[in-house]
Design a protein around this ligand. Structure first.
Ligand code: ARG
Length: 271
């Protein structure tokens, strides 16, 4: 399997905390080790560098504890960047910060007309854009994504509040394959996934409950939470190399490796 070297955007969790609850993972009364969160994040960043990826960083903003989850900052494909609109007011101010970063980096900008939480809910799988809805990104946003990016958008209906973003329930492994938790999707979406990806890896609830599906693949190496041992074994059986990382502190906010990582896709020539 060929690994693709990726350009990634991350945000250091300098101001990370769990101060509010906007998903079932978050408990503002539970202790969080902020220093450990930073060390774990640094390890994730180093993992990407060791794999030969390029990591760019956006400056964290005080008062925005979830900004570490850069995947929610936008959707960037073929040199076009679609900014985001968060469902929850607590995260609203992240949107303009990410938008300014994309603009300064020279991407062609598009503004969202509906709630759209970026790559948390929008995943490019081969020639299809898989777009989640049910908790965060509005169904109406899917039409705009198709219009802007020109990829057929496939709506994925999420049904379990613990798997509120598509990237908590499904991982794109390469151009042809995905891994997912069937129970996180409506019956119709499960049928669509079986049709599109007959060879997909099915994850167990135990894998999903440690956010094992919140993984980042370059087509060969899959970076995933170390606790997702069954999923890692299944991926190795399929020929992927798995790299476990521990993001125990960020998981208290409902985020894993993929949430911390936004893929910056250039124009066609340099994917
Ligand atoms: N606390 C954040 C939220 O609820 C976590 C975001 C995780 N990001 C992701 N791409 N799944 O919005």
């Amino acid at each position: 399997m060929d690994a693709t070297s990726q350009r990634l955007l991350m945000c250091r969790p300098t101001y990370f905390a769990v101060d509010y609850a906007i998903n079932p993972w978050m408990d503002p009364n539970a202790p969080v080790d902020a220093a450990l969160a930073v060390r774990q994040w640094e390890q994730l960043r180093q993992t990407y560098l060791d794999l030969g990826h390029t990591v760019e960083e956006i400056t964290p903003v005080p008062g925005l504890p979830d900004m570490v989850f850069a995947a929610n900052g936008g959707t960037v494909i073929d040199g076009k960047a679609m900014a985001v609109q968060f469902r929850d007011p607590q995260r609203a101010d992240e949107a303009p910060a990410f938008r300014a970063w994309f603009e300064a980096a020279g991407f062609e900008m598009y503004d969202p007309k509906h709630v759209n939480e970026g790559e948390g809910d929008v995943l490019l799988a081969g020639d299809h854009l898989l777009a989640g809805t049910g908790f965060r990104t509005a169904h109406a946003a899917h039409a705009q994504l198709q219009e802007v990016f020109g990829y057929p958008v496939i709506t994925m209906q999420l049904v379990d509040p613990r798997f509120y973003h598509l990237d908590t329930a499904l991982t794109v492994l390469d151009e042809r394959t995905v891994a997912y938790l069937p129970e996180a999707f409506s019956a119709g979406s499960q049928a669509v996934l079986r049709r599109l990806f007959p060879d997909a890896v099915h994850a167990t609830m135990a894998d999903a409950e440690v956010l094992g599906l919140n993984a980042v693949s370059d087509g060969r190496h899959v970076v995933l939470p170390a606790q997702a041992t069954d999923l890692a074994a299944k991926l190795r059986d399929r020929g992927y190399e798995t790299i476990g990382v521990d993001l125990s502190e960020l998981r208290k906010a409902g985020g894993g490796p993929k949430c911390c990582t936004l893929r910056l896709r250039q124009g066609k020539a340099s994917k």
